[in-house]
Design a protein around this ligand. Structure first.
Ligand code: ARG
Length: 587
């Protein structure tokens, strides 16, 4: 038999097949679950409900299935053991020989990636993140879309998706009137290479809007600048372009620091000339209707949205977030051939996306377009230690750069405390990784739909489910190999004897559950499942390492233990990379 990459999934497929050969009809669902480790690795729970519905004896059905399994070429009693328990459960144990073979085959990131590509098999996906609005500095509110978006993208890619990022920046809106008015009245010179430009623009916007609030004249002047921009006045269009350039170069510096890569940036303004088709098609298919001068979509079949329409064109004739998103979706399908679109935003946009998806379904169905799968990956708020949305003392949102700088400074203090002799350059390098990773990991390790409380002490702790803990665990594994002068990529498998001790077996089982963890993480795109797994894996590794000496005289024992060290290290590293964190070999 083949060594199954994803044993529980493979067992499910095989049991369905052998059940058919045993004369058990089509609706038998094996229901494979992870078993209590005392009884084995997996358990099939599906026989009982099947027998109940077929009004037969479950035990007899289970016997038939197990017999057919044992006669199938996909079963090898040296590798796996199937047995019947209780009234008709089937237990499966992977024998140590199977564990060894699996570990021999899935050596490192490359092998894991190629096996994992079966999850999506080249499905064309577009992921929409971090999609900030231009003319504003990045603050702590921009952290989650960047961190979660990047992790989700890496995971999907690793698991076989043909995925591209489309950064849907908000680069078009009424705020540009005020900004242009501010720039002109202060005679401000924009300069994208100046690190502070964006901050200055933001201040200017604040002064401009204060003025517009205080004086009718200023308000009118700002409105006029907006109208001029909308009508294509060359001077205002040039200024608007400059504002976006300043924003985008500041964003790019942040993306680089956060290791985020973006394939396309098609902002809201890109769709200005594409919304006409949306109005026409929604009107012609009677999905949208005029309501007090606006064009709106009522979802009359929906409990809430039947009273809360989706406004696609405002009463002044202007397009909005909804029409832009509809045009964007069509563009992604027609130009990128998207089979799935994943949107990463704040939870407050849930209504928008639900209405967008409902509208898109009706519209695509009516026009005979192929609707891609649509997912909204939303997240909660980061709270300060007072339990309220995190703010600076003066009540401003915390700037992202300041937050990262503080993380790095705190990390540096910790690194120097652990390694008093370390040189400054090295300490800075490690601190940058540890600090930024700690922030990312603190975010990713929480279930994304919840709010979480930001705590410096927790996220930088070297114990617990944190980036420093995992980075340190990996660095220690590297040092095992360094000290023994052995490459972690040597071929341990052919010299290794069969796993034997309780800790070896426990560690191997945990490593083998990685594909299941991918399946779980991907099902709702929740990276915290992967974080929990990595944390548990590192803990099980410690248990193994404390109880089983690795560098021993018996070459075969040493090889199997080194193989476990190497595989654990490579899985932890691959896992962190999927989360957007680059592991270190030394710390
Ligand atoms: N720019 C928006 C914001 O800052 C997020 C855009 C998300 N993507 C989208 N296609 N609506 O809230």
């Amino acid at each position: 038999m083949d060594i199954w990459f994803h044993p529980s999934k493979e067992l499910d497929l095989i049991l369905k097949k052998v059940a058919k050969t045993a004369g058990i009809d089509g609706d038998f669902q094996p229901q494979i679950r992870t078993a209590d480790p005392r009884f084995g690795d997996f358990q099939a729970n599906g026989v009982l409900p099947y027998a109940k519905q077929a009004k037969t004896n479950p035990r007899a059905i289970a016997e038939k299935i197990v017999e057919a399994l044992k006669n199938s070429p996909e079963y090898d009693s040296e590798l796996i053991e199937a047995s019947i328990a209780g009234p008709g459960f089937i237990n499966f144990s992977l024998k140590p020989k199977f564990l060894n073979a699996w570990l021999a085959k899935y050596k490192g990131e490359a092998e894991l990636k190629s096996a994992s590509s079966q999850f999506f098999n080249g499905k064309k996906m577009i992921i929409d993140y971090p999609s900030p609005n231009t003319a504003k500095q990045m603050h702590v509110g921009h952290l989650r879309p960047m961190v979660i978006g990047e992790a989700v993208k890496r995971l999907l890619k690793f698991c076989g998706a043909n995925i591209e990022t489309d950064n849907h920046v908000g680069d078009w809106g009424t705020n540009f009137g005020i900004l242009i008015y501010g720039i002109k009245s202060e005679n401000y010179k924009l300069d994208a290479s100046n690190e502070n430009s964006l901050e200055e623009l933001e201040q200017m916007y604040k002064r401009g809007s204060a003025l517009a609030k205080a004086s009718e004249e200023a308000a009118n002047a700002a409105r006029e600048e907006l109208v001029k921009l909308q009508n294509g006045d060359p001077e205002n269009v040039a200024l608007w372009n400059e504002i976006n350039k300043v924003s985008v170069s500041a964003f790019d510096r942040m993306y680089e620091r956060m290791s985020i890569t973006i394939d396309h940036t098609l902002g809201e303004s890109f769709y200005r000339d594409k919304v006409g088709r949306i109005y026409d098609e929604l009107t012609e298919t009677k999905i949208a209707e005029e309501d007090q001068g606006a064009l709106v979509v009522f979802h009359r079949d929906h409990e809430r949205f039947n009273k809360q329409p989706f406004i696609v064109r405002k009463s002044d004739g202007a397009s909005n977030y909804a029409s832009t998103d509809l045009a964007t979706l069509l563009y992604r399908v027609e130009n990128f051939k998207a089979e799935e679109v994943v949107y990463v935003t704040d939870g407050r946009q849930q209504d928008h996306f639900q209405q967008l998806f409902l509208t898109a379904k009706k519209w695509f169905d009516a026009k005979g377009y192929k609707l891609p799968d649509l997912r909204h990956v939303w997240f909660g708020t980061i709270l300060g230690e007072d339990g309220k949305a995190i703010k600076t003392k003066s009540g401003e949102p915390v700037r992202l750069k300041a937050l990262l700088d503080e993380a790095v400074a705190r990390a540096k203090a910790v690194v120097k405390e652990k390694n008093p002799d370390i040189d400054e350059v090295e300490a800075d390098k490690i601190a940058e990784t540890v600090g930024v990773s700690a922030i990312k990991y603190a975010d990713l390790s929480q279930n994304r739909t919840g709010d979480y409380m930001f705590s410096w002490d927790k996220l930088l702790a070297f114990d617990g489910n944190t980036a420093p803990y995992l980075l340190y665990a990996i660095a220690r594994m590297h040092s095992i190999f360094r000290k023994a002068s052995i490459s972690p990529d040597a071929d341990f498998a052919s010299d290794a004897s069969i796993l034997e001790t309780e800790q070896e077996i426990a560690l191997a089982r945990k490593l083998l559950s990685l594909p299941y963890i991918f399946e779980l993480t991907l099902s709702e795109l929740r990276p915290h499942f992967l974080c929990t797994y990595l944390f548990e894996l590192a803990g099980i590794f410690s248990g193994f390492y404390n109880a089983n000496k690795v560098i021993v005289d018996d070459k075969a024992v040493m090889a199997r233990r080194l193989m476990l060290c190497s595989r654990t290290m490579r899985v932890l590293e691959a896992g962190l990379r999927l989360l957007g964190i680059e592991p270190l070999e030394k710390m």
